[in-house]
Design a protein around this ligand. Structure first.
Ligand code: G3H
Ligand code: 13P
Ligand code: NA
Ligand code: ZN
Length: 310
């Protein structure tokens, strides 16, 4: 059965590693990700956004993940990514997810506390855990575009009150990561505010922290995409050594979506370009799935440190 993240985060906190939270939208990504984690005996979080539910449908995604549980002997949590309001959180809690995020980061502190507290109350009554967010990431969050000027780092002096008054099980913070494949301007030096992370974890001892917008945008995949007819100018992500450092800290969940998209696209583009007359979707989707699996194995062993922890 699906598990919550409670035990995963407790072990990750103590063990100085992080669990990867990978966004899923289709069968090939569910298979690529879960095969990688299964072979490496890593705990795993699969997360579904509102857009993913719209694309594939709630029940298809749930059943795909349940199929992956049959095939792989590892703990898997199924999480709602960026729940915008109480209704979508309730729908996922009632619909079999073991974890939801209520993203009230666009609200005032009081309104964020109010909606988050309401979701926690309902979720906990059903045995589901909740991730909240304080601070605003730069980049593209679903349809809401936040530019870097609008983004604001998490204020460490708000975290104790937020956690105490809402009862959330984990907290996403903004320390300079951002969503999407264009995280820094060309020539800009990638930087994360580790001082804020340290201050947050000092105020919340033992409490699991979440990093969103944590793709690395491997130039290897960008190059393959560009060599096979794609256009991805100035795609830049978070350097892996920064993520490794975060994983050793109170950060217990690291969100990865853009890197999966790049790997899938690189695999599919390369396969189609190599065989212009091929038209069996299994051929090119198989290539995309294989690249997703390779990417996730790399993340687990080289970035997250979660191999063998299942
Ligand atoms: O934070 C956003 C995630 O990458 C999900 O993206 O809303 O396009 O599915 P999406
Ligand atoms: P990336 O766009 O960096 O992969 O971030 C994904 C994310 O935070 C999903 O919630
Ligand atoms: Na950690
Ligand atoms: Zn996110």
């Amino acid at each position: 059965a699906l598990v919550t993240t409670t035990e995963m985060f407790r072990k990750a906190y103590e063990g100085g590693y992080a669990v990867g939270a990978f966004n899923v939208n289709n069968m090939e990504s569910v298979q690529g990700i879960t095969e990688a984690a299964g072979e490496l005996k890593s705990p795993l979080i699969l997360q579904v956004s509102a857009g993913a539910r719209k694309y594939a449908g709630h029940i298809y995604l749930l059943k795909l993940v349940e199929a992956a549980l049959v095939e792989n002997d590892i703990p898997i949590a199924l999480h709602l990514d960026h729940g915008a309001d109480f209704a979508i959180c309730k729908s996922c809690i009632d619909g079999g997810f073991t974890s939801v995020m209520i993203d009230g980061s666009r609200f005032s502190l009081e309104e964020n506390i109010e909606v988050t507290r309401r979701v926690v109350e309902y979720a906990h009554s059903k045995g589901t855990v909740v991730e909240g967010e304080l601070g605003r990431l730069a980049g593209v969050e679903d349809d809401v575009k936040v530019n870097s000027e609008d983004s604001s780092y998490t204020h460490p002096d708000e975290v104790e009150e937020f956690v105490a008054r809402t009862g959330v099980d984990s907290l996403a913070i903004a320390i300079g990561t951002s969503h999407g494949a264009f995280k820094f301007r060309p020539g800009q030096k990638p930087q994360l505010r580790f001082d804020i992370l340290e201050e947050v974890s000092r105020r919340l001892p033992g409490f699991p922290i979440v990093l969103h917008g944590a793709s690395s945008v491997s130039q290897e995949y960008v190059k393959i995409i560009q060599e096979n007819g794609g256009q991805l100018k100035d795609a830049i992500g978070i350097p892996e050594d920064m993520l490794r450092k975060a994983a050793r800290s109170a950060v217990c969940k690291i969100n990865i979506d853009s890197d999966l998209r790049l790997a899938m696209t690189a695999g599919v583009r390369a396969a189609l370009f190599a065989a212009p007359s091929a038209f069996d979707p299994r051929e090119y989707l198989k290539a995309g799935r294989a690249d997703v699996k390779t990417l996730v194995k790399h993340k687990i062993t080289e970035v997250l440190g979660s191999a063998g922890m299942a």
